[in-house]
Design a protein around this ligand. Structure first.
Ligand code: SAM
Length: 276
C-alpha cells in the first residue's frame, strides 16, 4: 500500500466513486474530450517530454499525452481506476501508472510537466501537496491543470442539482467552497495563491468554455446525473416519497438542452499554467 496523506479522499476514490468512474469511463472520457484536447494542445509539442499526470484516474489523459509523444507516468489514489487504466493500455511501457497520493509522491525521476485533468482539486492541504509535486519537476518545468470554474458557469453540473434542491432536506451548514471537491479551485485568486506559496512562478489562468455532449438522449442524461456529480449526491439524501417528483423535475430541467445530436450543455474550466 502506498503512503497516503489524504485518507478521506482515498476512501472515497478507492471505493464508491472509483467504481462509478470505472463503470462510466467511456461516457466521461467522451464528455471531457474537448477539455483534454484543449489542455494538451496548450502544451505545444510534447514529443519526448516527461509528463506526470496527477490524479490520472482511468488513464484517458495519460493515454492521449503518450499518443502525442510524451513519456507519461499517471499517479492516482484509486486502485480500481488504475486497474482500468492498466487494462486499457495492456501494460504497455508508455504510459505507466502508479498508486500514489500526489501530496507525498516521491519520484526517482524528474518530470518536465505536471499535468492534471480534474485531478488536482482534492488535497486536504493543497500547498503541502503542490510543494511536494514541484520537487518532481526539473528546472524550467511547467504545470498545466484543468479545473472547473464555479458551478454557475457549469450548467451541466449545476442545473440538475438546482432542479431537485427543493426536495432535499436543508443542510446544517453551507459547504466550504474551498473544501476538497470538483469546485475547490474555482476561485482564480485562491489557485494563484496556492501555486505561488508552493513555489511556482508565472502562474496564469485562462478561461475555456465548451459545449459538452452530456448524453445521447434525455433518458440517458437523467440516468447519468443520478449516478455522478452534485445532483447524484443530493439525490442520495432525498426522502423516499420525493424520488419520483425529483426525477421528473430533473428531466424537465434537462429537456431544454436536448438537441438533434444529444443533450448538450456548457462546461467551463480554468487552464492553469505555471513554471518552476
Ligand atoms: C474527478 S476524477 C478525474 C480523473 C481523471 N483525471 C479524469 O479526468 O478522468 C479525480 C481523480 O483524482 C484522484 N485523486 C484525488 N486525490 C488525489 C491525490 N491526493 N493523489 C492522487 N490522486 C488523487 C482521484 O482518485 C480521481 O481519480
Amino acid at each position: 500500500m502506498a503512503s497516503i496523506l489524504n485518507e478521506e479522499q482515498f476512501n472515497y476514490w478507492d471505493g464508491e466513486a472509483g467504481a462509478i468512474w470505472v463503470e462510466h469511463q467511456q461516457q466521461l472520457d467522451q464528455l471531457l474530450t474537448p477539455f483534454t484536447d484543449d489542455s494538451i494542445a496548450s502544451l505545444g509539442s510534447i514529443e519526448g517530454r516527461r509528463v506526470l499526470d496527477l490524479g490520472c484516474g482511468c488513464g484517458d489523459s495519460s493515454i492521449k499525452l503518450a499518443a502525442a509523444g510524451a513519456q507519461v507516468l499517471g499517479i492516482d489514489l484509486s486502485r480500481p481506476m488504475l486497474a482500468q487504466a492498466n487494462h486499457r493500455v495492456q501494460n504497455s511501457a508508455n504510459p505507466t501508472f502508479l498508486h500514489a497520493d500526489g501530496a507525498v509522491f516521491n519520484s526517482e525521476h524528474e518530470f518536465d510537466v505536471l499535468y492534471s485533468r480534474f485531478g488536482s482539486m482534492f488535497f486536504k492541504d493543497p500547498v503541502v501537496a503542490f510543494t511536494n509535486l514541484k520537487e518532481a519537476l526539473c528546472r524550467g518545468g511547467e504545470i498545466r491543470l484543468v479545473c472547473w470554474q464555479a458551478p454557475s458557469f457549469n450548467p451541466w453540473m449545476s442545473v440538475g442539482g438546482r432542479a431537485i434542491a427543493s426536495f432535499v432536506p436543508e443542510m446544517e451548514a453551507p459547504r466550504d467552497p474551498r473544501a476538497p471537491g470538483p469546485f475547490a479551485f474555482s476561485d482564480p485568486d485562491y489557485v494563484r495563491s496556492i501555486l505561488a506559496s508552493s513555489g511556482f512562478t508565472d502562474v496564469s489562468l485562462t478561461p475555456v468554455t465548451q459545449s459538452l455532449r452530456v448524453a445521447a438522449d434525455l433518458e440517458t442524461a437523467v440516468a447519468f446525473q443520478l449516478v455522478i456529480g452534485p445532483a447524484a449526491r443530493a439525490f442520495k439524501t432525498l426522502p423516499k416519497d420525493s424520488v419520483k417528483m425529483a426525477t421528473q423535475a430533473l428531466k424537465d430541467a434537462l429537456a431544454p438542452f436536448e438537441t438533434s445530436t444529444g443533450v448538450v450543455m456548457e462546461g467551463a474550466v480554468w487552464l492553469v499554467s505555471g513554471k518552476t
